[in-house]
Design a protein around this ligand. Structure first.
Ligand SMILES: Cc1cc2nc3c(=O)[nH]c(=O)nc-3n(C[C@H](O)[C@H](O)[C@H](O)COP(=O)(O)OP(=O)(O)OC[C@H]3O[C@@H](n4cnc5c(N)ncnc54)[C@H](O)[C@@H]3O)c2cc1C
Length: 291
């Protein structure tokens, strides 16, 4: 289907971009990679009168791995994340999850800012941002603010961004050395949006798990942490019993969504299976790294 008619602007500064958005009073959208917005427009799920292109605005790209945090510009593309040796070392969970995003062409254009703002419950990046406690820097006509990734996502395809606000960067706290992680996903075909996926990370305090975090996506209407599964991991030794208990806790705790791809009961079971499998892999990976 053809796109509905729209005006187009390609500003060079954030001030110009936010002013254009403010003037349009809700009838404008920014365009980043266009990989979600343009299909939405083609299907008439969105019909903005003005598209404000972000590609010429300086300062929205770049991956900076600092001592305290990792800063990713909003226009960082999936391909940049997959190609970054620094990220592979500092936050290996992120490229592992992004490896499940879409296909070659889409990864070359899709951006992390677009993914967060689109807030598809089956998107990998928002889930990893929620799991890791990432902060999102946002600029609007009225100024700048920072909010936790979890507070940005209000519901399926819904955020707390104002009409004139633009995501400029996402900041992840640095991980301690040796943090273990897990990511596992089920989609109908590789690159399709997830039916369900789980992400987790934890440290070792002697023989016991500490600081466990578990998040679910695809199976729920937003990416979300699962404290019940985290409690089942903390203070216990890693192993099949512990992982099985955490998996059961995650399955029981979530409120799974239902659609034409999968029923709620199936998604509930899938979350448990994926978490058990992902956590087992976290131990194997650690052993391989030590050898
Ligand atoms: C066939 C197909 C398969 C896909 N599979 C997956 C998948 O498996 N996993 C996955 O995560 N994604 C998937 N996607 C989505 C893809 O990753 C998108 O690129 C991404 O979700 C949106 O990024 P974008 O840069 O293309 O955003 P756009 O399409 O340009 O924008 C999306 C929305 O975000 C807004 N926006 C964009 N940038 C900003 C910003 N900086 N600040 C504020 N608002 C902004 C736009 O106004 C729009 O509302 C798939 C897409 C397709 C077409």
């Amino acid at each position: 289907m053809k796109l509905p008619a729209f005006d187009y602007a390609c500003p060079r500064t954030l001030e110009e971009a936010t002013a254009l958005l403010a003037e349009a009073c809700g009838d404008a959208k920014v365009i980043a990679g266009g990989q979600s917005l343009l299909p939405f427009m083609a299907f008439r799920l969105a019909a903005p009168g003005l598209l404000v292109d972000l590609r010429k605005i300086a300062g929205l790209t770049g991956i900076e791995v600092g001592d305290e945090e990792i800063r990713l510009g909003a226009m960082v593309r999936w391909r940049d994340i997959l190609d970054s040796a620094a990220l592979a070392h500092a936050l290996p969970l992120l490229p592992a999850a992004i490896g499940h995003v879409a296909h070659y062409q889409i990864r070359n254009r899709g951006t992390l800012g677009g993914s967060l703002a689109h807030a598809d419950p089956a998107s990998e990046f928002p889930c990893i941002a929620v799991l890791c406690g990432a902060s999102v820097d946002v600029v609007g006509a009225g100024g700048r603010r920072t909010l936790p990734a979890g507070d940005l996502i209000a519901g399926p395809m819904e955020t707390t961004l104002g009409d004139d606000e633009i995501i400029v960067a996402v900041r992840f706290p640095r991980w301690p050395e040796g943090r273990r992680w897990a990511f596992d996903e089920f989609a109908l075909r590789h690159g399709d949006l997830a039916i369900a996926a789980v992400a987790a990370c934890y440290d070792m305090d002697g023989p016991h798990i500490a600081n466990a975090r578990v998040a679910v996506m695809g199976a729920t209407d937003t990416p979300q942490r699962v404290p019940e599964a985290e409690d089942a991991l903390n203070g216990r030794a890693p192993g099949d019993d512990t992982f099985g208990t955490a998996a059961e806790a995650a399955s029981a705790a979530i409120e799974p969504t239902e659609d034409l791809h999968a029923g709620a009961a199936y998604r509930r079971a899938l979350v448990g299976t994926l978490l058990r499998r992902g956590l087992r892999a976290s131990c194997t990976r650690q052993r391989e790294a030590a050898e």
